[in-house]
Design a protein around this ligand. Structure first.
Ligand SMILES: Nc1ncnc2c1ncn2[C@@H]1O[C@H](COP(=O)(O)OP(=O)(O)OP(=O)(O)O)[C@@H](O)[C@H]1O
Ligand SMILES: [Mg+2]
Length: 379
């Protein structure tokens, strides 16, 4: 058994796990539940559109909301989520929806026929059907919104609404590009899923750490390091955050350790994402004082690999190392933060970052940076 994860803990960080809590999506959940309630109870429904970049919690929110609706209206409402990257034609998506109620022969029925049979069946059973078409970007783009047209048109033939679609996309651009006879009938609320900020990502992690990681199996600095990098480098994508913790945890276990530290996060990031991150470390002027300062800082970090923020203690130690190693009297201890700040702002290599006002060692593994600096510096 692993020493970082609890039994079954790795699953808690996988995409298959649906969290109990969805911090920072309370508002979106409430809006959507209210829209559906109004539709079901007072027959006022306009198709809502959920939109946001990948990993911002759209699918998870849908799963939560459909569960709420299912529990609340048991017996008279059915719910379903269709993944439109798999059911990537209107015909396939509608068939998938209809099959919950009626047998659909493999061929021979038009979409219109399937829809009206579904409608009749719902009508006879006195059922309403709330469903989400998730990841609908490609489906809408390729068929120019056909599915939206079909779903809104069918309602016009009946005096009571039985279908309650919810549309989920990453980007609104394909919907906005549709002809107005389609968009005018949608007219529902657009619910935004903004990328998560560092603080929000920390809240998202709480449940997973409690359930998936042993006591003391991850340090606060590792959490700081992971959430900072996901906000800044990976678009605030919660899926990537969970993946990085999972990768870092596995790495620690492979090495026989029992605690995820910030260096493991940096290594997991580097191994999994280096192609998407900034290019390798280049040292343009090896004789430059700032690289000597950086080297001294990274020498300290190399020995204390859980460090994430560069505090006074690190600066003091680095200063001593600088003096003894280079034996040049060209550095004041007080200047070190400014030199680092300068690198954080101008170098764009993410060796040093400014995180909430504090200097931090960002996504490069310190062991790697230390080695590169050592090989390049002219002592
Ligand atoms: N607020 C949150 N609280 C807890 N976990 C979250 C939250 N938001 C997202 N997650 C988790 O992050 C992962 C990605 O979320 P989800 O699949 O819902 O994103 P998405 O917006 O549907 O992304 P995509 O556009 O790629 O389909 C999931 O594992 C989900 O459980
Ligand atoms: Mg999704």
């Amino acid at each position: 058994m692993g020493r970082v994860f609890k039994e079954g803990g790795e699953h808690i960080f996988s995409t298959g796990y649906v969290p109990d809590e969805l911090p920072h999506r309370e508002e979106q959940i409430k809006q959507l539940v209210d829209i559906i309630r109004d539709g079901l109870e007072v027959d006022a429904y306009h198709v809502p559109i959920l939109y946001g970049e990948t990993g911002t919690g759209k699918t998870t929110t849908i799963i939560h909301v459909l569960n709420i609706i299912d529990r609340r209206y048991k017996g008279r409402v059915q719910v379903k989520r269709v993944n439109a990257t798999i059911k990537n034609r209107s015909y396939l998506a509608i068939t998938d929806l209809a099959e919950k109620f009626i047998p659909v022969p493999p061929r021979g029925l038009s979409i219109e026929e399937i829809l009206s049979r579904l409608y009749d069946k719902l009508d006879i059973q006195d059922m309403q059907y709330v469903f989400a078409i998730d990841d609908a970007d490609e489906l809408i783009r390729r068929e120019k919104g056909k599915i939206l047209e079909l779903l809104t048109r069918i309602e016009e033939n009946y005096d009571r609404r039985l279908l309650f679609p919810i549309i989920v996309v990453r980007n609104l651009k394909y919907i906005d590009a549709l002809p107005s006879h389609i968009t005018s009938k949608l007219g529902g609320l657009r619910i935004a899923f903004p990328p998560y900020k560092k603080r929000e990502l920390k809240d998202i992690l709480k449940e997973r750490i409690e359930k998936g990681i042993r006591d003391g199996g991850i340090t606060q600095n590792a959490i700081e390091c992971a959430t900072y990098n996901v906000e800044k480098l990976l678009g605030g994508n919660a899926r990537e955050l969970l993946n990085i913790i999972l990768m870092a945890g596995k790495l620690v276990e492979r090495r026989g350790g029992d605690k995820i530290e910030s260096e493991h996060i940096r290594q997991a990031l580097y191994e999994s994402y280096s192609s998407r991150l900034s290019s390798g470390l280049t040292i343009k002027k090896p004789r430059d004082k700032k690289y000597r300062v950086l080297w001294a800082i990274y020498k300290v970090l190399h020995e204390e690999q859980d460090k994430y923020y560069i505090d006074d203690e690190i600066i003091q130690e680095a200063f001593e190392i600088y003096k003894t190693t280079f034996q040049i009297e060209d550095l004041n201890k007080e200047d070190i933060p400014d030199i680092l700040l300068d690198m954080a702002i101008y170098e764009k290599q993410n060796l040093i970052a400014l995180d909430e006002g504090r200097l931090a060692a960002a996504h490069y593994p310190v062991s790697l940076v230390f080695q590169i600096l050592t090989n390049n510096l002219f002592f």
